[in-house]
Design a protein around this ligand. Sequence first.
Ligand code: SF4
Ligand code: SF4
Length: 475
Amino acid sequence: MPGPAAPGPASPSGTRPASVPRDVLGLLAPAAGGPAFDEHRPPPAELVADCVHCGFCLPTCPTYVLWGEEMDSPRGRIHLMRQGLEGEPLTDSMVGHFDACLGCMACVTACPSGVRYDTLIENTRQQVERRHTRPARERALRAAIFALFPYPKRLRMLRGPLRAYQASGLRRLVARTGLLPRLAPTLATLESLAPRLTRAPKPPDRVPAYGPRRAVVGMLTGCVQSAFFPGVNAATARVLAAEGCEVVINPARQGCCGALSVHNGREKEAQEFARHLLDAFADTGIDYFVVNAAGCGSSLKEYGELLRDDPRYADRAAAFAARVRDLSELLVELGPVARRHPLPVSVAYHDACHLGHAQGIRTQPRELLRAIPDLELREIADPELCCGSAGVWNVLNPEPAARLGERKARDVLGTGAQLLVTANPGCLMQIAAAIPRLGGSTEPRPAGSGGIALAHTAQVLDASIRRLPVDRLLS
Ligand code: SF4
Ligand code: SF4
């Protein structure tokens, strides 16, 4: 491997997924078939060439931190892409290393040479999905995941049985036996990730601006967000309205934005979802399109790229993408008009990777939180390291995801804050699932007793603007 050796990980831990054979030297077993990549959007050779092998990205890469393997680092994966471009076949081993990447983009932030690893891995994943046949069991698991998660109506149908399961006390019983993780790790992961469900009233089509209207804003309801965190969407709409935005929701017309598909190389599926969303908001006269889920926001900002070869949608997609804003981004851009009331609470803010690394949004949420009187903001150690959620990575790779989740949860609890705040439903579920494994709790508890409550940034702002008692956030 060219280039100076990078420092090894501080403490490698966890088990590599079975699908990732050890390949320290990158000596990949030859496979039948032609070169790894076809001509439809291969990883661009000029971007691969930008990597100077310095290794600065290695300590921020969660898979390198876990396993200490060069081929599970950004530099190693770029090396594999170069091999593919030089005509090497797409081997199981190569695919394993690409699949093991969380797509967290910490390496993009860390790279002093500006290597566009985001474009590289996205193009590579599309090639893998088209040109590689996975083992039958993995194909079945992926088929099940992609038949469920990008469909909010199907997810909402799970709410009833899930609420009944949670209310029955079965959840505690299942946890006590400890059998589920041993018998069915994927199911155990899904079970542990499911948040405590509350009522989910249907969002209105439109919410009028409070006071003089400053903007008309479309709002994404999302898949997991709408099914499992309806309170976050309701808070988002209220905050926007309080800040003078008329909010266009059109919940019946919305579907998935395609983020999950695009992050997993399912290009055509992602394009279909994108076209559908563009049609749902055509002629609504929106000035901005607001997103409160980090992974969705980063994909929506790339719609122009996703549909660039579609003559009917390319221009519309690019124009739409230019209007996309994360909630915190838009609120800072507009400036506050709604009065903030005191919230005496200590908050640990977690940078979701697709907000911090992929969109470069770190200061805005902090600025909004600091503007709330009596709120004390605390920083979490190693903020650049992913919590292990990464879309459906934690479902596909439950064991290493659990290790990353526990590492993040330990750092979160280490702040001693009463409330963990972040802007992504996946992170909330991942960290909430890890805290009890460390003996902590996300249930209401006295301060200092190893517990921490969780909330989205929108819910904190909403509580402050509406002058709610802080207990509403902590219970
Ligand atoms: S995206 Fe994240 S997991 Fe993938 S190579 Fe970069 S830092 Fe590592
Ligand atoms: S991706 Fe960037 S930081 Fe990582 S080895 Fe290449 S040039 Fe260095």
